[in-house]
Ligand binder design. Sequence first.
Ligand code: ADP
Ligand code: MG
Length: 327
Amino acid sequence: ETVVNRIAAGEVIQRPANALKELLENSLDAKSSNIKVTLKGGGLKLLQIQDDGTGIRKEDLDIVCERFTTSKLREFEDLNSINTFGFRGEALASISHIAHLTITTKTALQPCAYIVSYEDGKPKGLPKPCAGNQGTIISVEDLFYNVATRRKAFKSASEEHSRVADVVGRYAIHNPKVGFALKKHEANTSDIKTNPNSTHVDNIRAVYGNSVARELLEVEGSDDSLKYKMHGLISNVNYSAKKSIFILFINDRLVDSTALRKTIENVYSLYLPKGSHPFVYISLALDPRNVDVNVHPTKHEVHFLHEDIIIDKTQKSIESKLLGANT
Ligand code: ADP
Ligand code: MG
């Protein structure tokens, strides 16, 4: 059974950046205002996330790493709306099967923090009282220590660090009210620092620099009958980078839609000089019931109802923005 769980866990969590994404979403779900990420060895030795959110109640510490345990499904109605991304009650359970997981947490009502370590979904002892502020620290040590095949798959710590930094940067851009910090550890790795109550543009500047943040155009769209809302910031045609940056959030989860990405790249290819690349950040709010819930947790690719029409409308908004800004 442990081996089966370990294999399943290795499918959900394939590298430090996947684990971090799950942990970030938990911190955001817990209404944090500040989130700090610390890495050692690109997250393979240590991946730690500290937040100042609601914390976990002492009596829940027993079960948080059990599979399919979630505090986020309250009613049957929620099952439809929540079962979109992330809400599977699998993240902590999976991580506990393939790493040494320690949780330190304090809620507003508790007089002190508690610390517990987990193995294979279960706490290794009773929660121990300790010092700590309100919020949660999740420490993941020696990721894949018991999965030799995965451990061997990593080329370099700095490669894993930059994948983690990429995820942190994207969440920072999408969540400007929250302050994010990622400390640089080894040489050749990047750090990220954003302030709480910033703007999308502030954070695009903090993550990608002023050359990207300088001349962004705002795009918007919505349709009540299709039940969608779109907001985005996109580069103008005189922008150029080494590679294109495409950031898509659907209902606040970082995802990918190849169809949408390709469509937008095609629009830009008509207007951008050869060798230039666009920056595109799009946030889509869809009726959760219209988003495909049957995608595998590791697949960031997403499909949704009325996809063709919504992509078409997004393309038109972008195209008319680019034309308007350049005539
Ligand atoms: P899910 O997010 O799908 O509920 P997870 O395995 O990611 O499942 O987390 C399990 C539970 O642990 C959550 O439902 C939540 O109650 C609790 N939890 C995890 N991380 C945090 C956090 N940073 N702050 C508060 N609660 C957390
Ligand atoms: Mg989660």
